[in-house]
Design a protein around this ligand. Structure first.
Ligand SMILES: Cc1ncc(COP(=O)(O)O)c(C=O)c1O
Length: 358
């Protein structure tokens, strides 16, 4: 069976050596040495000053909102994984959607100001499929209205914008290290926080708000990454550049050989890519469903990332219409991309698309 992605598993000997070390030290969680080592290595790899490792990318978003003491309305995109919206609702905030640009699939900055009210406290854009948002325009809007900016950068691991890490934009950027991601720790995530004081506050929050033995100085939660996850991360990080190069080859082959009547995401010219996703947009939902059924027959399972458009979630109280996101989400499919995807499988996918789109 071929899925949209396959978890990247690093060198097993190296992983086992870390496990032996964990068994010898008997230290498996609570900010252990491997979590600390991974934080240091990620700071260097990503080019960021402050990073906090957490149990998953959803908790990273929740801690970001809590650390910034957000209240009221949060402007976000309807075209993302459900966690971008559910984390907002879970924290008792009201998501207000702003539609996306139909070519880049990122939030459309031209539409943001119309959605701002006296209750708006923050913007939560997503660098969707690793395509960088219009960060300068977004920051100008935030400055004009005194809003915080939290980037859901779950897809933007290692991405550089104008030759610097994209993770340094906004007040906080969050990452997901879920097993489906280019860099993963089985489950995991991170917050990148520019301001040192805010960083120290968030650090306490992810460990129950404990500030010293026998002292609780903050409202906190348990969002700690453990040593086994950090061990996986250290091994995957050693191989991440190789993994990205392999995926780049797969992307190039798709681009060269897929039929031209498909639409591709328009990438921001100023950012690098990590090749985690390969989204294609069909002419209609019917065409997408036909192709998907043919691929399913061959046990090839692309995913409808992202469907449905998030303004349609059943638990949202407010009715909002997002025509561009709705239209794209009905027609978009992410094709399989992962290290080890064989050329003949890629050819089979390309052929099915070619025949179906004639
Ligand atoms: C855009 C986006 N935001 C948030 C998340 C949530 O991350 P996690 O699964 O690590 O909780 C994901 C995960 O896939 C994601 O793609």
């Amino acid at each position: 069976m071929i899925n949209v992605t396959k978890t990247y598993l690093p060198n097993i000997k190296k992983f086992k050596a870390y496990i032996d070390k964990i068994f010898r030290s008997n230290w498996i969680t609570n900010n252990g040495p491997l979590v600390q080592e991974l934080e240091e290595r990620l700071k260097e790899y990503l080019g960021v000053k402050n990073i906090l490792l957490v149990a998953n990318g959803t908790l990273a978003l929740q801690i970001a909102y809590k650390a910034l003491a957000l209240q009221g309305e949060v402007i976000t995109t309807p075209f993302s994984f459900v966690a971008t919206t559910s984390s907002i609702v879970w924290e008792g905030l009201n998501p207000v959607f702003v539609d996306i640009d139909g070519q880049t699939f990122c939030i459309d900055p031209k539409k943001i100001e119309k959605a701002i009210t006296l209750r708006t406290c923050a913007l939560v854009p997503v660098h969707v499929f690793g395509n960088v948002c219009e960060v300068e325009k977004i920051q100008k809007i935030a400055n004009r209205h005194g809003l915080k900016v939290i980037y859901d950068a779950s897809h933007a691991f290692g991405i550089k914008y104008k030759e610097k890490s994209i993770l340094n934009y906004g007040d906080i950027s969050t990452l997901s290290f879920h097993a489906t991601k280019i860099f993963h720790t089985c489950e995991g995530g991170a917050l990148i926080i520019k301001d040192d004081e805010l960083y120290r506050k968030a650090k306490k929050m992810l460990d129950f708000g404990i500030t010293a033995p026998d002292q609780i100085g903050e409202l906190g939660i348990n969002a700690k990454m453990n040593e086994l996850e950090a061990a996986m991360g250290l091994c995957v990080l050693d191989e991440v550049n190789k993994n990205i190069k392999e995926r780049e080859k797969i992307h190039k082959y798709y681009f060269k050989n897929l039929p031209q009547n498909l639409t591709f995401q328009k990438r921001n010219n100023n950012n690098t890519s990590n090749y985690n996703y390969f989204p294609v947009v069909f002419e209609s939902e019917e065409q997408l469903l036909r192709v998907k059924a043919k691929l399913d027959e061959k046990k090839i399972h692309p995913r409808r990332y992202f469907y449905p458009s998030l303004e349609s979630l059943c638990y949202l109280s407010r009715h909002q219409t997002m025509p561009v996101s709705r239209n794209i989400s009905r027609r978009v499919l992410c094709l399989p991309v992962y290290t080890g995807l064989e050329r003949n499988t890629q050819d089979a996918i390309i052929n099915i698309l070619r025949v179906s789109l004639k």
